[in-house]
Design a binder for this molecule. Structure first.
Ligand code: PEP
Ligand code: MN
Length: 443
């Protein structure tokens, strides 16, 4: 990019930038940003443009978005097994939704970039000692010591390497034969038997019968050998996100190559803030979270900054109102946005409005409450005549015990068995499949 193009990208620096790390060594930060600017982009313009079109289709009800993955990826979890199980879980959910609802499913991982977290409290206090809060592996360490909790710019470069390794595996799995629909049975392998597993087995058998029938009838089935799988994360760290912007040599347009889809969190989505400013400069499809205090006015202002041309697929709103509030809060927002003719693809995040703490202080969510918000989302859209475009959830392919309920009815004691998330609780493999079956019914 030319100097003037780079400068035009830097306007965010003059605006309020919330939730940014407090780096002690600014020279080191500048050096690292310079290195990142020279590195290849992680995702590409043609993929990003294709995703925008797919999200547009979800916005008009011709497909459904499934977005999911960890609350916070960690460097330690960049293992082949963990990445594979996460992708397998998403592929399985995609099949359940797509077969159940007879709709194409746009699969987007919260993956290969989800390493930074906004925090409500800047400090964490334990036994009278206060240290900076953990802000994700991209910023500092989880260990409770002053050195671990210091914001370290070198972690940005380390994050880039983890993103790159994760994307490499993701492309191999989804384009290298593993995602072939003929192998739909094998995606269940590696998971322990459970009710959702069994239900999936029978659905996989149906699909395989249907495929054999099509082949026997002489139908040519293209497009089953690989799938498109996209990467998304919260674009929180402005230094990193701006360093990853590249100009596409073919079109001359700017893309944030840190991920295909980027969203702005509930805490940083102010229309006149730095996050909105930076992301208004790139072609990527952009999402914003909208919590229970969000208004139609917020959505309209954000749309006018992030999608001034009102292009379908470019602007997504991810509502996270809470199961008890969605019925009151969402319909008036939908009414007004619909009346203004603003192109929005609406997703539900049924996780973040429904976080609770157990009596022993563990952060969790209840599967039934989460499902109640999903149902409220479908009801609100049906009521207003808008489109429920997809699901945004925190999940993992591992058999963790972080969310209460589900077919195994996990209770508070079970949470102590295998709670691994460093930030928010995730649906485990079984709960994820269960949700996919339930949502397929709603569709
Ligand atoms: C998240 O998605 O992990 C998150 C922090 O969400 P929100 O911005 O909606 O609180
Ligand atoms: Mn979270």
């Amino acid at each position: 990019m030319s100097i003037s193009e780079t400068n035009a990208l830097e306007t965010w620096r003059n605006l309020p930038a919330l939730q940014q790390p407090d780096y002690a060594d600014l020279d080191q930060l500048r050096q690292i940003i310079e290195v990142l600017r020279q590195r290849p982009g992680l995702v590409f313009a043609t993929e990003i443009e294709r995703l925008t079109k797919e999200i547009a289709r979800a916005g008009s009800g011709d497909s459904f978005v499934l977005m999911g993955g960890d609350c916070a990826e960690t460097f330690a979890s960049t293992t082949e097994a963990q990445i594979r199980l996460k992708i397998q879980t998403m592929l399985q959910m995609g099949v359940v939704l797509s077969y159940g609802a007879a709709l194409p499913v746009v699969k987007i991982g919260r993956i290969a970039g989800q390493y930074a977290k906004p925090r409500t409290n800047a400090l964490e206090t334990r036994e009278g000692v206060s240290l900076p809060a953990y802000r994700g592996d991209a910023v500092n360490g989880i260990g409770f010591s002053a050195s671990e909790r210091e914001a370290d710019p070198a972690r940005l470069l380390e994050m880039y390497q983890h993103c790159s390794a994760t994307l490499n595996l993701m492309r191999a799995f989804t384009k290298g034969g593993f995602a072939d629909l003929n192998l739909v049975h094998t995606w269940n392998e590696g998971f322990t038997s459970n009710p959702a597993y069994a239900r999936y087995e029978s659905l996989a058998a149906d699909i395989q019968r249907a495929l054999r029938f099509m082949v026997a009838s002489g139908a040519e089935i293209d497009g089953l050998k690989d799938v498109d799988f996209y990467a998304s994360h919260e674009a929180l760290l402005l230094e990193y996100e701006s360093a990853m912007v590249r100009k596409d040599p073919l079109s001359g347009q700017l893309y944030n190559t840190s991920g295909h889809f980027l969203w702005i969190g509930e805490r940083t989505r102010i229309p006149e803030g730095a996050h909105v400013e930076l992301l208004s400069k790139v072609r990527n499809p952009i999402g914003v979270k909208l919590g229970p205090t969000g208004t139609a006015e917020d959505v309209l202002q954000l749309a006018s900054k992030l999608n001034p041309a009102n292009e379908p697929g470019k602007f997504t709103v991810i509502t996270r109102m809470g199961a008890d509030k969605i019925a009151d809060v969402l319909p008036p927002v939908l009414e007004r946005v619909k009346a203004e003719g603003i192109a929005v693809t609406w997703l539900t995040d049924p996780m973040h409005g429904n976080t609770i703490h157990t009596s022993s202080g563990i952060k969790t969510r209840h599967f039934d409450t989460v499902m109640r918000e999903v149902e409220g989302f479908f009801v609100a859209h049906r009521q207003v005549g808008t489109v429920a475009g997809g699901l945004h959830i925190e999940l993992t392919g591992d058999d963790v015990t972080e969310v209460l309920g589900g077919a195994f009815d996990l209770n508070e004691l079970d949470l102590e068995e295998r709670y691994e998330s460093l930030v928010d609780p995730r649906l485990n493999h079984q709960q994820s499949l269960e949700m996919a079956f339930k949502v397929a019914e709603l569709l």
